[in-house]
Design a protein around this ligand. Structure first.
Ligand code: SME
Length: 152
């Protein structure tokens, strides 16, 4: 996968983005999901600090029931608290995991920072076990930085 070319395409999409943040994020999800074959579900959750919950704002892939996730719950909720990326090679080995789709085998969640504050995250599900590497982590960190710069 040529991550730098894909990142350039994401940045172009961001630079042409309308004022509708949800639409832009949905387009990004669709771009990633169609360009990387092992990205089967791609979504963005954003944090509400008052209620200590994450809220799904945009996604590509099957609809999920888990549109609101409490901080600390599941892989996403843990990232809201830890502020660190969480790469899961095999979701069946995780105790604190929220299953959205029985076909998912691995998951990667990377926080999105604005001025040092963890305001949300990108969540990728894969139907392939051990799908993700540190290259995916770096790519998604750079993408989140570009989103933070452009949209927030
Ligand atoms: N698996 C996630 C929940 C979100 S779904 O993947 C869309 C978790 O454990 O937090």
């Amino acid at each position: 996968m040529d991550y730098s070319a894909l990142l350039r395409n994401c940045k172009t999409l961001l630079s042409r983005s309308s004022s509708n943040e949800e639409e832009t994020l949905t387009q990004l999800c669709e771009l990633l999901q169609t360009q990387i074959d092992y990205y089967n579900w791609v979504g963005f959750y954003f944090a509400n600090q008052d209620t200590q919950t994450l809220h799904l704002k945009a996604f590509a892939g099957l609809p999920t029931d888990h549109t609101v996730i409490p901080f600390g719950k599941g892989i996403c909720g843990q990232v809201a608290v830890s502020n660190n990326p969480f790469l899961v090679d095999d979701v069946s080995a995780q105790d604190n995991y929220i299953a959205c789709d029985i076909h998912v085998k691995s998951e990667l969640v990377v926080p999105l920072f604005v001025l040092g504050e963890n305001i949300g995250q990108i969540d990728i599900d894969s139907n392939t076990i051990n799908a993700f590497s540190n290259e995916d982590v770096r790519f998604l960190e750079e993408l989140n930085a570009a989103i933070a710069e452009t949209l927030y």
